[in-house]
Design a binder for this molecule. Structure first.
Ligand code: LLP
Length: 424
C-alpha cells in the first residue's frame, strides 16, 4: 500500500502533483512519500513482538530526510560503514538503536562505532572478531557482539543478493559457530550478546526464513547450554516487496511475524530486524521526462532523461520496475510496446524491454515505481551525469532533501596536478 495515486488526472505523491514537482525541480528526480514510509514501518513493527528493535537498513536509502522520518517513528538503524553510522547519528538515531553489519569493518570504523556506543556489532569472521577485540581493549571498552551465522539456506532470490549459502562471503559457517563463540568468550574486549542471521534480500517466500530461523533458534539453545549468555537474536532484513503489478504479491508482514513468533517462541531473546526494501522501495518513485521517441527497425524506444546512473537495478539485476505516465491515461487507451531506455552509452541502460504503455511523446513525464530502495543510494555520475536529486513529500508539503549537483560541482571534484596546469 502506498500513497502515489492519480489526482485530477495527474500522478501525485500524497497531496503533491509530480508534474508540479517536475516544473519546480526539473527531471529526473526521486520523490519519496513520508506517509508511505511511516505506513510500511508501522505495519512491519506491529507484526513483531513489542520490544523488538526495528533497525532500518540504511543501505536501502540513506537520505537524511528519510532517516529522520523513520527515526521519529522510533526506528533504529542497521549500518554497514562508518559513513552510514554517521548519517544515522546525524538523522538523530540514538547510538543504542544502531547495529553494525558487514564483512569488512575496518579498525577505524570499529573505533568510531565503539566511541559512539552502538548497540551491537554483527561480526562475520574470526579475524574480524580479533580485530574488534584489539580495538576495544585499546579503548578500554567491551564490544557488544553477535556472530552472524551462515545457515546454508537458499533464499530463492536473485543470485546477486542471496547471502545465506555456503558459497557466499557472508557469515560464519554454522558448523564452526560453537567453536568461535567459545573463542569469543575468552576475549576480554568482547561481550557476547546474541546471534545474527541474514540470508538475502527480496525474499518472496516464507520458507527460507522459517528454515534459517529454526537453525539459529536451535543454536541459541546450544550456546546457552555451552554457558554463553545469549539475550538477543538479530533476524536480518529481507522481506520482499511487490515490484510487478501482475505477480502474486509476496507474503505480508503479518505472515512473516507469525513465522518469527513460531521460531522464537520461548527463547526469551530481544529480537532485532533490519528491513530496508520493505520500508523504502514502494515509498519512492523516479520521475523522468521522455526526450525522444525513436522508431528502430525492431523496436520503438522511449528515450528518457533518467539513466542507469540514476537507477541501476534493471541493468544490474534485470529487475522489473513498473513504469506509468504521470498524466493519467484515458481508460482503454491503446498501448504500444516500448523499450524504455536512458541516455547512457550502454545497451544495459534499459529500464524496461517490450513494455506495453500508453502512447508516449517527447516531453511526457513517466514515473518509474518502487524506486525508493537501492535507487538513489546506488546512483553514480557515470557519463558525467549529475545523479537525480531527491524530494520528500509529507501531505501537501515537500522539500528537496538532496539537491541536484551542477556540472560545475562535478568538475570541482577533480583536480589537475601541478605538472599539467596551463603555464607550468
Ligand atoms: N541486513 C543485512 C545484513 C543486509 O545485507 C541487507 C541487504 C539488509 C539487512 C536489508 O535487506 P532488505 O530488507 O532491504 O532486503 N542492491 C540490491 C539489494 C542488496 C541487499 C543487500 N543487503 C537490490 O537493489 O536489490
Amino acid at each position: 500500500m502506498n500513497y502515489f495515486s492519480y489526482h485530477d488526472g495527474i500522478l501525485s505523491a500524497e497531496g503533491v502533483s509530480l508534474a508540479a514537482l517536475a516544473r519546480e525541480v526539473g527531471t529526473p528526480f526521486y520523490c519519496y512519500s513520508s506517509a508511505t514510509l511511516a505506513r510500511h514501518y508501522k505495519v512491519f513493527a506491529e507484526a513483531l513482538p513489542p520490544d523488538s528493535l526495528v533497525a532500518f537498513s540504511v543501505k536501502a536509502n540513506g537520505n537524511l530526510g528519510v532517516l529522520k522520518t523513520l527515526a521519529k517513528l522510533g526506528a533504529g538503524a542497521d549500518v554497514v560503514s562508518g559513513g552510514e553510522l554517521k548519517k544515522a547519528r546525524a538523522a538523530g538515531i540514538a547510538a543504542d538503536r544502531i547495529v553494525f553489519s558487514g564483512v569488512g569493518k575496518t579498525k577505524a570504523e570499529m573505533r568510531l562505532a565503539l566511541s559512539e556506543g552502538i548497540y551491537q556489532f554483527n561480526v562475520e569472521s574470526e579475524p574480524e572478531l580479533e580485530a574488534l577485540n584489539q580495538v576495544a581493549l585499546e579503548m578500554g571498552k567491551r564490544a557488544p557482539v553477535t556472530l552472524r551465522i551462515n545457515p546454508d539456506v537458499d533464499a530463492r532470490t536473485h543470485a546477486k543478493i542471496t547471502t545465506g549459502t555456503a558459497e557466499t562471503k557472508f557469515g560464519i559457517p554454522f558448523d564452526h559457530a560453537r567453536e568461535i563463540y567459545k573463542k569469543a568468550a575468552m576475549l576480554k574486549g568482547i561481550e557476547i550478546v546474541g546471534v545474527d542471521v541474514h540470508i538475502g534480500s527480496q525474499i518472496t517466500d516464507l520458507e527460507p526464513f522459517a528454515d534459517a530461523f529454526a537453525v539459529v533458534a536451535a543454536l541459541v539453545k546450544e550456546l546457552r547450554a555451552d554457558g554463553h549468555s545469549i539475550s538477543r537474536l538479530d533476524l536480518g532484513g529481507g522481506l520482499g516487496v511487490p515490484y510487478e503489478q501482475n505477480n502474486v504479491p509476496p507474503p505480508d508482514p503479518a505472515a512473516y511475524g507469525q513465522v518469527v513468533a513460531r521460531a522464537t517462541q520461548g527463547l526469551g531473546c530481544r529480537l532485532i530486524f533490519e528491513p530496508g526494501r520493505l520500508i523504502a522501495a514502494n515509498a519512492g518513485v523516479l520521475v523522468s521526462e521522455v526526450i525522444y521517441v525513436k522508431q528502430g527497425d525492431a523496436k520503438t524506444f522511449a528515450i528518457i532523461d533518467a539513466g542507469m546512473n540514476d537507477l541501476i537495478r534493471p541493468a544490474l539485476y534485470d529487475s522489473h520496475h513498473e513504469i506509468v505516465p504521470v498524466r493519467e491515461p484515458k481508460v482503454g487507451a491503446a498501448r504500444i510496446q516500448y523499450d524504455v531506455v536512458g541516455p547512457v552509452c550502454e545497451t544495459s541502460d534499459l529500464f524496461a524491454a517490450n513494455r506495453a504503455l500508453p502512447e508516449l511523446k517527447a516531453g511526457d513525464l513517466v514515473a518509474i515505481l518502487s524506486a525508493g530502495a537501492y535507487g538513489a543510494v546506488m546512483a553514480s555520475a557515470y557519463n558525467a551525469r549529475p545523479p537525480a536529486p531527491e524530494v520528500l513529500v509529507a501531505g501537501d508539503d515537500w522539500g528537496i532533501v538532496r539537491a541536484r549537483q551542477t556540472h560545475d560541482d562535478l568538475i570541482a571534484q577533480d583536480s589537475i596536478p601541478g605538472w599539467l596546469r596551463d603555464g607550468s
